[in-house]
Design a protein around this ligand. Sequence first.
Ligand code: DAH
Length: 362
Amino acid sequence: MSELDTLREDLISAVDAAADLKALDAIRVETLGRKGRITGQMQSLGAMEPGARKAMGKALNVLKDEVVAAIDARRTALEDAELDARLAEEWVDVSLPARSTPMGRIHPISQTMEEVSAIFGDMGFVIAEGPDIETDWHNFTALNFPEGHPAREMQDTFYLPPKDDGTKMVLRTHTSPVQVRTMMEQEPPIRILVPGRTYRSDWDQTHTPMFHQFEGLVIDGSTHMGHLKGCLIDFCKAYFEIDTIKLNFRPSFFPFTEPSAEVDIACNKKGGHLRFGHFDDEHDDWLEILGCGMVHPNVLSNCGLDSSKYQGFAFGMGCERIAMLKYGIPDGRSFFETDVRWMKHYGFMPLDVPSVTGGLSS
Ligand code: DAH
């Protein structure tokens, strides 16, 4: 066997034995590279007799073509095998159930905001908003709190340092200043619901320094106390999802309403469980849920409305409080502790669209 035949056999069997593309490339360099075995042979042609050089040159070219073809064929085979291996490994079973992604929960405050807004929305109320940082005037003075009146301190107000012009700013202690802002901007008829954050320096099981309230305001030429009662009774039935709910309108005092009332719902605490409505036996206690009243004529005139022409009612209630009562949440501080386990327990599934009757379904 000639020397070239041996080289051919050597090279072709090395190419065929290459286990992967990297090994194949190494063989290509060893054979056809600058210092490769065939390249070396080609370089030695120069020193040969012209006759022998011609014959040898031709044979080397044939060999080179054969080796190049063998490398190409092996490369295609290796690439195909690699693709087959990947396809075998990476196939997708489209019949498998989707991998579950952890789903967040709607916070009970957001849920309650939505539920209450939906109920009053159905009664024709529109949402109104105002700033969290209020002037002392909007938060107190316009609402008929006399200057230096202890009620201002009673609300445990967070005061900001006074401005150069003497204006005192506060973190609003209630959503009532939005009543003032609305009456100053808008001619009656007015029918607004104000969900919003409020602030007081307080911290115990039922108080947090930041909390949420709903404020309601209805002003026109003829709205009276009967409308106030009807509206709040309908709201409580819808919100607590209890048609037989029993309410008590108890006379009270707020500087911005006259007459004023607080609304209590009848409850039964027997056996350590808090229940409203549908009692087998009589209720044994009352729970206060909101404050309300007919808008004080001073407030109307402070806001530029003629109190001989316009009248109406207002109400205010704590969002955390009514959420705690409806959903059996024992500690108000837990709303703001951002505990994921708590959210899993008390939160709502995002795809349950809040509605008048939707709250308890999740
Ligand atoms: N602003 C009162 C508070 O935070 C609640 C309130 C009572 C609002 C009676 C009203 C109302 O609009 O009429 O304690």
